[in-house]
Design a protein around this ligand. Structure first.
Ligand code: B3K
Ligand code: ZN
Length: 876
């Protein structure tokens, strides 16, 4: 396949100032007439050919300025339309008529049908599946869209912008016209047509304009859209308050569809969502679902400024909109919920998804320099690490200068397609700082590591930190440059208070942040009489790994007393991880794993500490996941030994704290009506993690079954079902609960996803057979991304012992399934295939089997560009 390179960017010879589209919708043969106002860029020779992108298109006709072109005037293939001699005039009108078949489109890119609703997905390069176009994000055009459809088939006709007329046509057809005054790139185009139910509301902006809000869902599901609407209005208010950003059209619409390749899409004024991130009530959605809905509604809405008003010059700049918008949605959730809890959750996600990416064969910089298939770069690195980089800019500049920089960014680049350099420049301009070393965070892949050791000299009253940075090699980047790492820290005294110091040498230290810029820095704090415990990377100020020589006493002390709540959580989490890794080694050495009472008792103390929020306590009690432990071990991974170590620690904690956990569990029972708010969700999460421990003790199965039966919301019901299916697998109680759940929710595909997911996650060698059987279940479909991700995605990326079965059966099933999915939907298949990216860290037997599976995929015939790219990079 062709490799696209950042350095090859050049502006196009032609611009498309205006785009008028007429759709005559029909499932098998939709006619699309595009009339494009084309302008030759200044200085471009009149002889420059006009080359438009297409993808699988059928051309009907082409005309320029009203006259039909003869077949000798152009060259059309399904993937390109070339007009080798455009008119000499600098501006002309090009008319293109194409025909597309939405009904058979299972790629879910371009125009397709989901539950007989016509909808579109154009990012990144789907618009070229609708008409020939300069399908690149730096071509900004003003769109007018007329949609014609049969009234009974599609009573609702939506596109971007504001409504601009509608009416009836002959033979039971009707039409609607939409006009979007804001020039936009083609990837933000959207169309929806069908029979949908509507939830309506309105919002008055800061300057007093009224915006009509609509959320469209499958008819009959309107009552499930209330939470999403509430989240939307809160997002609109928040963006005005936090960033001074007001909404700019008369209407804002959201449509929920059942077949969608990712979470949602920020099309201008017409966001299209995976219905999983819209539909919710207590009966069908867990607290995690509510939190995701809130975050994704906010994320897509925030794109209106970061992505739509200011878009990307080219796809290498994807993080310009994605990293920044993730940062914005993180801040929104932190403000709406608990900042401390949110931060811990973010870091857990980053470590679970981005760290393994950055440490494996698919590692790439936040701003990549090359790609073969852009859809494979919507990654945790671009999104999550991209967000961390924006956060570091704020840490370095401080809140006020950061906000001033953002204001300048909106001011300076509104209406433009910008690059990362433009983004960094506004912060340099407002602060006078030099961010050139910092910019490496965008350009260099890999997770930096800091090795830290400390000494205290009481006689000299000096405390010294020795800090050394390294950045591991990543694919095609073997030599790394030194980074600028903002390391937030605290020196904590025996009373838990900050230890004062008089002076500091060896690094710039500002506002509790050490600026690491060199390979090795010795930071000396003078006037320090007592030896402090050192709390490092507070608030996770930098997305790095730390190797700290720390006394266990200090670590225990920080786990109980660090005033930075993130670092306090981290201290306990590190103690747990260290103990689990030691146990893993004991198990491999044929010994029984052993855990100290000091550790298991601390778990009890945290659980019962009423000064801490319940959600925080729940996060502390959640043991590091099997994959987290594997990542920290690094190589020679035997997932079965990790599983055994982790189960033994859970049991040890349960045994020591059984009584206390049990009475806390009783006290936390929900009283009163359900509320999805963060505090109530936090209490449920603490109670459900206590359940998890308690069911390891005698009569645990009965307790879990009772929890399941008495649950009055999906959070508790799904938690109990998980415990039963995972910890009490094979028990009659587990079988009964699974059957009950299926009977009750068999008709609700989104709820059944949880049922697939829970069974796909059951640890142990038998699960591959269960999952294989479930692919034949009536509720399962290889064509629906949510089903595939729930069953096959969960099995391959969240079931360590099941997927990594030593005989390779998990991998064989995986290879077959990836290839089956690929036939319909290459994008989803490629994403699924990343589950094997860490294959080289496995012990040799599994490693060989995993490689066989990858080779099997690689050698399949007619492999899509999407899947080929992932598999070849993974094997390289
Ligand atoms: N921008 C979209 C993602 C598009 C993915 C294309 N393969 C959703 C989002 O990040 O908001
Ligand atoms: Zn986004």
């Amino acid at each position: 396949g062709h490799v696209f390179r950042l350095e090859d960017y050049r502006p196009s010879d032609y611009l498309i100032l205006e785009t008028s589209l007429v759709f005559r919708l029909s499932p098998e043969a939709t006619r699309v007439t595009a009339t494009l106002t084309i302008e030759r860029r200044d200085g471009v020779a009149a002889s420059a050919p006009l080359v438009l992108d297409g993808d699988g298109l059928t051309l009907i006709r082409v005309a320029i300025d009203g006259s039909e072109l003869q077949s000798t005037d152009f060259l059309a293939t399904p993937d390109q339309l070339t007009i080798s001699q455009p008119p000499a005039a600098p501006r002309f009108q090009l008319l293109i008529e194409t025909e597309v078949a939405p009904a058979g489109n299972e790629t879910l890119m371009g125009l397709y049908r989901s539950n007989s609703v016509y909808c579109t997905q154009c990012e990144a390069e789907g618009f070229r599946r609708i008409t020939y176009f300069l399908d690149r994000p730096d071509i900004l055009s003003v769109y007018t869209v007329r949609i014609e459809a049969k009234l009974d088939e599609a009573p609702l006709l939506l596109s971007n912008g504001n409504p601009a007329g509608s009416g009836n046509l002959a033979d039971g057809w009707h039409y609607a016209v939409w006009h979007d005054p804001f020039p936009k790139p083609s990837y933000l185009f959207a169309l929806v047509a069908g029979a949908l139910g509507k939830v309506a509301d309105s919002f008055v902006t800061l300057s007093g304009r009224t915006v009509e809000l609509g959320i469209y869902v499958e008819p009959g599901k309107e009552r499930l859209a209330g939470y999403a609407m509430d989240a939307l209005k809160r997002s609109m208010t928040w963006d005005e308050e936090a960033f001074g950003r007001e909404y700019d059209l008369d209407v804002f619409n959201i449509v929920a569809v059942s077949d969608f390749n990712m979470g949602a899409m920020e099309n201008k004024g017409l966001n299209i969502f995976n219905d999983k991130y819209v539909l919710a009530n207590e009966e069908t959605a867990t607290d995690a679902d509510f939190a995701n809905i809130e975050a994704i509604i906010a994320h897509e809405y925030f794109h209106n400024w970061t992505g739509n008003r200011i878009t990307c010059r080219d796809w290498f700049q994807l993080c310009l909109k994605e990293g920044l918008t993730v940062f914005r949605d993180h801040e929104f959730s932190a403000d709406q919920r608990s900042r401390a809890v949110k931060r811990i959750a973010e870091v857990r996600t980053l470590r679970a998804h981005q760290f393994p990416e950055d440490q494996g064969p698919l590692a790439h910089p936040v701003r990549p320099r090359r790609y073969r298939e852009i859809n494979n770069f919507y990654t945790a690195t671009v999104y999550e690490k991209g967000s961390e980089v924006v956060r570091m800019i704020r840490t370095i500049l401080g809140d006020d200068a950061f906000r001033a920089g953002m204001d300048l960014y909106f001011d300076r680049h509104d209406g433009e397609a910008a690059a990362i350099e433009d983004f960094l420049k506004v912060f340099e301009d407002v602060s006078g700082r030099d961010l050139s070393q910092f910019a490496l965070w965008y350009h260099q892949a890999g997770t930096p590591n800091l090795t830290v050791s400390s000494t205290h000299n009481p006689a000299a009253r000096e405390f010294t930190l020795e800090i050394e940075q390294s950045v591991p090699p990543t694919p095609s980047e073997s030599r790394k440059r030194l980074m600028h790492i903002p390391l937030a820290f605290g020196l904590v005294g025996a009373d838990g208070r900050p230890v004062a110091y008089e002076g500091v040498e060896g690094a710039t230290v500002e506002d509790g942040v050490i600026h690491i810029r060199k390979r090795r820095q010795v930071v000396r704090f003078s006037g320090v009489a007592e030896r402090p415990a050192v709390s490092l990377n507070r608030g996770f100020s930098a997305p790095i790994t730390l190797s700290v020589e720390q006394k266990a006493d200090d670590q225990f002390f920080l786990a109980g007393h660090d005033s930075d709540s993130f670092s306090r959580w981290q201290a306990f989490n590190t103690l747990l991880t260290d103990a689990l890794i030691a146990a893993f080694r004991q198990i491999l050495g044929g010994r029984e794993p052993a855990y100290t009472a000091r550790l298991t008792e601390l778990a009890g103390k945290i659980a019962g500490d009423e000064t801490l929020e319940p959600a925080y306590r729940a996060l502390a009690l959640a043991l590091p996941g099997e994959a987290d432990i594997a990542r920290d071990i690094g190589k020679g991974i035997n997932p079965d030994a990790i599983f055994t170590a982790r189960e033994a620690l859970a049991l040890a904690i349960a045994k020591v704290n059984g009584q206390a956990f049990s009475s806390l569990y009783d006290r936390l029972a929900d009283k009163g009506p359900f509320s999805p708010d963060a505090a109530s969700a936090g209490r449920r999460s603490l109670r459900n993690i206590l359940l998890d421990y308690l069911t390891l003790l005698p009569e645990g199965t009965e307790l879990a079954a009772r929890h399941f039966r008495s649950a009055t919301n999906m959070t508790d019901r799904a938690a109990a079902l998980t415990v039963l299916a995972h910890r009490h697998r094979g028990s009659p109680e587990a079988a009964r609960a699974l059957a009950d759940f299926e009977t009750k929710y068999g008709g609700d595909a989104l709820v059944m996803d949880k049922w697939f997911q829970i069974q796909a996650g059951v640890p142990g060698p038998q699960t591959v057979e269960t999952v294989r059987a479930l692919t034949k279940h009536a509720g399962f479909s290889m064509a629906n991304p949510n089903r595939v991700r729930s069953l096959v995605g969960t099995f391959s990326s969240a079931n360590q012992t099941g997927f990594h079965r030593p005989d390779g059966e998990g991998y064989r099933f995986f290879a077959e399934t990836v290839l089956a999915v690929e036939k319909r939907n290459p994008q989803v298949a490629a994403r699924l295939a990343t589950a094997l990216r860490s294959w080289r860290s496995l012990e040799p037997v599994r490693q060989a089997k995993a490689r066989e599976a990858l080779l099997k995929i690689a050698s399949a015939e007619n492999l899509s560009a999407d899947l080929r790219d992932i598999v070849e990079r993974t094997l390289a």
